[in-house]
Design a binder for this molecule. Structure first.
Ligand SMILES: Nc1nc2c(c(=O)[nH]1)N[C@H]1C(S)=C(S)[C@@H](COP(=O)(O)O)O[C@H]1N2
Ligand SMILES: [Mo]
Length: 410
């Protein structure tokens, strides 16, 4: 899409979003169908919905503000998650239902030489960059925590991979001119708290991180404008970091000369400063730090505990993996409870921070149950743990995933 096409398309799209307005306000939550979930603490099933603007079928967690999860079979189709089935998460219910692109401005202020006010045309005129990256909620898979913790009970679908197109945050900051003594950049979007005095959602990055040339402001996702619910017209992309930092509908950047003490950095999204952010339930005496880099994960996409195979017949096994803040070095598969591991074949490398498909073939030697385990190692040598981590926030869930296949006689 050229810059002019982007702007024209944004204008013509406005009526779609107007229709969305009524929908978001009233939040009709009629269910098309239900999906079975394998969450230890329940619920056992959840509604599937197509009621949200620009979204296809999604798992409905909450209507206002919307929490929509990607149905897991979507991840088997492509390493890029389609925009209309990309998960959605907002903290506060006051979300603009339409954006007047002509009037939209991004402000850069604070410890800068000159205050910047950029229109979308100004943003589109900056050098264009593109990058594949996984957007994963810090609480993805929280519903699998045992003991159970409070918060959105996601299964594994609060993640997605997209090709993001936009501009470097560094280029924007350089235009404003970051002053010596700047320590962080704080990002705020157009959404607002429903109740007076509640903390507006804002996140910060250290100034060197913000200027690393990889952090970007995206105006396109998989070659199309961002869906409204995924942050139209502009959002922050922080490759390799949890998506709490990926501020949507971004319209304000403030360069700070002191660490950010706002609620969302100081009180929320803290993890134990321990290996894998893991502690024992009830444990105390550890430090907390803001959540940050992602860790490697891998998943089966074409097989589940509901799959039946035949003894001795070749079975194609497929999945996706990502390396967290690095690329995927390898994904290994075990059919003997982790005693021996077989190297799987990796699919095309679409970029360090994206999903990588992996494939293998197995045969079940005996009828009964065949358990398969998938384990990702990233290019820094970080390997997935065999035991799941635990913390009271339900953050950073990670474990070598297993599927239990039913094997019947040939
Ligand atoms: N403006 C704004 N940006 C936000 C949030 C929010 O509440 N408001 N939530 C963050 C969190 S916690 C997540 S998981 C991601 C979700 O991105 P998505 O809805 O595009 O999947 O948005 C992030 N950016
Ligand atoms: Mo999140």
């Amino acid at each position: 899409m050229s810059s002019l096409e982007w702007i024209n398309h944004a204008r013509s799209r406005r009526h779609v979003l107007q229709a969305a307005a009524a929908m978001l306000a009233a939040a009709p939550a009629w269910a098309d169908d239900v999906v079975k979930l394998d969450l230890p603490g329940g619920p056992d099933e959840r509604a599937l919905t197509t009621a949200f603007p620009e979204k296809g079928q999604m798992i409905l967690q909450r209507t206002r503000p919307p929490l929509l999860e990607t149905p897991f079979p979507v991840f088997d189709r492509d390493v890029f998650t389609p925009n209309d089935q990309f998960f959605v998460r907002w903290h506060w219910g006051v979300i603009p239902e339409q954006i007047d692109v002509a009037a939209f401005r991004l402000t850069v202020r604070g410890q800068v030489n000159q205050l910047l006010t950029l229109s979308m045309a100004d943003v589109l005129a900056l050098p264009r960059v593109e990058l594949a990256a996984v957007n994963q909620c810090s609480g993805n898979s929280r519903g699998l925590f045992q003991p159970r913790v409070s918060g959105g009970q996601w299964a594994n679908g609060a993640m997605g991979n997209a090709k993001w197109t936009g501009v470097r945050l560094r280029d924007v900051l350089d235009r404003a001119g970051v002053k010596a003594g700047a320590v962080a950049a704080r990002f705020n979007g157009l959404d607002e708290p429903v109740v007076d005095g509640a903390p507006d959602f804002m996140k910060s990055l250290g100034i060197d991180h913000a200027r690393d040339g990889e952090v970007m402001l995206a105006y396109q996702m998989n070659g199309a404008q961002l869906p409204l619910l995924n942050g139209f017209p502009l959002r922050l992309i922080v490759p390799g970091w949890y998506s709490t930092y990926w501020v949507k509908m971004l319209n304000d950047i403030e360069v700070l000369d002191a660490p950010d003490e706002n609620y969302w950095m100081k009180a929320a999204y803290l993890i134990p400063d321990t290996p894998g952010a893991s502690v024992k339930p009830g444990e105390t005496g550890f430090n907390n730090v803001p959540i940050n880099r992602m860790v490697p994960r891998s998943f089966f996409t074409n097989l589940s505990d509901a799959t039946t195979i035949r003894r001795d017949a070749p079975v194609a096994v497929r999945g996706i993996a990502f390396g967290g803040d690095r690329g995927v070095a390898r994904v290994d598969l075990s059919a003997d409870g982790g005693k021996t591991w077989l190297n799987t074949t990796l699919g095309r490398d679409e970029g360090t921070y994206g999903f990588r498909q992996w494939t293998a073939e197995v045969r079940a030697p005996a009828s009964g149950v065949l358990t398969l385990m998938a384990r990702c190692t990233n290019t820094a040598g970080v390997v997935q743990p065999s035991q799941p981590n635990w913390n009271s926030g339900g953050f950073m869930r990670n474990v070598i995933e297993s599927v239990h296949l039913t094997v019947r006689e040939a």
